[in-house]
Design a protein around this ligand. Structure first.
Ligand code: ADP
Ligand code: MG
Length: 607
């Protein structure tokens, strides 16, 4: 899905048949005229000034009335002086019953005709670009990793951008005095409309300096009580960057529209789309990230979001087998199985040391176990995704060792069951969405996992999940849709779809079934699926049409998705493309509330 699609999906009004998107006032009036100008005829459009706001255009007595609907910091919507509502749809419904200050009730929606599509606004495309630029600048991500970062964290990123993005803009010069601002504008050429924004000493206010006729003019950017930004007497905006973008189109009282930014050398790290990845070695110092205290950690803050081998210096050194002297092994055991145990360790790379988990094969194991581990390594070697535990390499020394990146917070089921009261449903949804992204990647690469379960989802931290344990996984041939197991084995029956048990057929569709069980485990905070039933009893329970009940507190939409994953026939079951899309839609829809720390000035926590 493109980012455009991503944001239209976010705009909740996009579903309303009387929502026109980013049309102007006069365009709105034209639509209303065409629809007959009846009393109470109305439509909804996007507000061009405030992030997430709307305008309600209404007809009464052959006159037009335009009411702006503001999005409040707590995520509710209201017409100035009116009651707050949780969405534009709810607001319109309310005013269809009670005028409550409007000229009349909303009586007849002015519906979009079949050939009228929702018009996307300047800020929609701007927001896409902003988001990309922000991710690029803050985490130094490119390409697929950037897309993954955006898709997995869009709601959090939008909130961050809304409040802090101007700090990354080339025209933003930080706390420099007026004289220094002038000096910077006077150096080099001085075309009309060359501008910069500086931060003033007074908390939360800014100044705009613009060149016109070889003279520099200064304007204050004020901040009102509700936190909105405006020039004195000017149009109000939610963010400084929106104000700047608006002033590029309209002078709004300035001597000139804004044209060329006076570039702050510290903010100027232009990256071309196909430029080689910037590294510390080729002279790049990443800009300081937004202070971590001001927001929860995001997956991209962690080094494991990209592969350690993405670094060109390390890439040259990459081999399947790694030398024993590059590995330090701790006594600490992270877990164990019949193959041996998993220990904590450190892998010494060329330019950095990374924490690793080392799966060690017990020497007394027979050859078949060794072969199994080699196959697991072979699979992992071919995978690289932010939501899948990466293999670092194999090491043959005191034992055969599979070296993986470390996921310190451990298995999802244990993590959740030990923190029942501290973890929100939103948090669980976000983690499961990440798992669905990792599974979508596997499906796309034609791998079947065959052991997806909460115990095999490991956490880097509370915000970041990775799929692990490829011990049963298989690569499918290009023309195969499933893997046929010749013999049954020690199988996790409670996680297996009917076709796995009955016909030994494994596909991404059967992984989807397991994903449903994993969801159930997560929403029941690490509970055991099919409580007291034994594996074979579960099989007949499923055959008889039985399915697990919804865990307490599990959102309705998530239980519906679980049941879809448990569609009996694999032909009718959704694949991970669909599952990820549904997870994403739900995750975005519940993550829109702005957290408390964002309500403070500049998105920084109050001191
Ligand atoms: P098994 O095939 O025995 O289930 P796993 O690969 O699931 O083996 O690993 C067993 C346990 O070891 C996990 O449950 C987890 O506690 C720990 N472990 C495995 N890999 C990692 C890792 N990359 N980071 C942290 N802990 C890990
Ligand atoms: Mg396991």
């Amino acid at each position: 899905m493109t980012l455009r699609g991503l944001f239209t999906m976010i705009d909740p009004a996009a579903d309303l048949p009387f929502f026109y998107g980013s049309i102007s006032r006069s365009e709105a009036e034209d639509h209303l005229k065409l629809a007959g100008m009846g009393d109470g005829l109305f439509l909804l459009r996007q507000c061009l000034r405030s992030l997430g706001g709307y305008v309600l255009s209404l007809v009464w007595n052959l006159e037009f009335y335009h009411y702006s609907i503001e999005k409040q910091l707590n995520g509710t919507y209201c017409i100035a002086g009116g009651k707050p509502h949780c969405g534009a749809a709810e607001l319109c419904e309310y005013y269809s019953k009670d005028p409550d200050g409007l000229v009349c009730t909303l009586r007849k929606p002015c519906l979009r005709s079949a050939d009228t599509s929702i018009k996307t606004g300047v800020f929609d495309s701007l927001r896409d670009n902003m988001l990309r630029e922000y991710v690029r600048q803050t985490w130094n991500l490119e390409g697929e990793a950037m897309e993954q970062a955006i898709i997995s964290q869009a709601p959090q990123l939008e909130k961050l951008i809304a409040t802090t993005a101007h700090e990354k803009m080339p025209w933003f010069h930080g706390k420099v005095p007026r004289q220094e601002g002038e000096r910077r504008l006077y150096s080099g050429s001085q075309p009309d409309g060359k501008f910069l924004v500086r931060e003033r000493d007074e908390n939360g206010t800014y100044a705009l300096s613009v060149t016109y006729g070889k003279t520099v003019y200064h304007y204050q950017i004020l901040r009102d009580k509700s936190g909105k930004f405006a020039m004195p007497e000017g149009t109000k905006f939610d963010t400084v960057w929106q104000l700047v973008e608006y002033l590029k189109m309209k002078p709004d009282g300035l001597v000139t529209v804004l044209r060329e930014p006076c570039v702050n050398q510290n903010n100027a790290t232009p990256v071309l789309p196909n430029a080689p990845r910037r590294t510390r070695e080729n002279g790049y110092t990443p800009p300081p990230a937004v202070p971590r205290t001001s927001r929860p950690s995001l997956p991209m803050d962690h080094d494991g979001f990209t592969s350690p081998y993405d670094d060109p210096n390390e890439c040259k050194k990459k081999t399947l087998f790694i030398k024993r002297d590059k590995l330090m092994i701790d006594e600490v055991e992270l877990g164990s199985g019949n193959f041996g145990c998993v220990k904590k360790g450190v892998f010494k790379m060329e330019s950095k040391h990374i924490d690793v988990a080392i799966k060690m094969l017990k020497n007394e194991n027979e050859k078949s176990v060794r072969d199994e581990m080699m196959r697991e390594a072979e699979i992992m070697h071919q995978l690289s995704d932010p939501f899948i535990v990466r293999m670092i390499g194999l090491c043959e020394a005191e034992a055969l060792m599979l070296v993986m990146e470390m996921a310190p917070a451990g298995p999802l089921n244990k993590f959740l069951s030990s923190r029942k009261d501290q973890i929100s449903v939103e948090n669980i949804v976000m983690l499961l969405h990440q798992v669905s992204m990792g599974m979508k990647y596997l499906e796309g690469r034609n791998f079947v996992h065959r052991d997806l379960a909460a115990r095999n989802v490991l956490l880097v931290n509370q915000q970041y999940a990775k799929i692990s344990d490829f011990g049963l996984s298989k690569a499918l041939g290009a023309d195969d849709n499933y893997y046929k197991a010749r013999t049954g084995g020690k199988w996790p029956l409670k996680w297996y779809a009917p076709e796995c048990i009955n016909f030994h057929k494994f596909s991404s569709k059967s992984d989807v079934w397991s994903f449903g069980v994993t969801m159930w485990e997560a929403f029941s905070f690490g509970g055991k699926p099919y409580k007291k039933m034994k594996g074979p009893e579960v099989t007949s329970f499923i055959e008889g049409g039985g399915r697990m009940d919804s865990p307490a507190g599990c959102p309705e939409a998530m239980y519906e998705l679980m049941k879809e994953c448990w569609t009996f026939k694999h032909e009718d079951r959704p694949g991970f493309v669909k599952v990820e899309e549904k997870m994403r839609t739900f995750y975005y829809s519940i993550s829109k509330k702005i957290p408390d720390y964002m309500k403070a000035a500049n998105g920084k926590p109050p001191k």
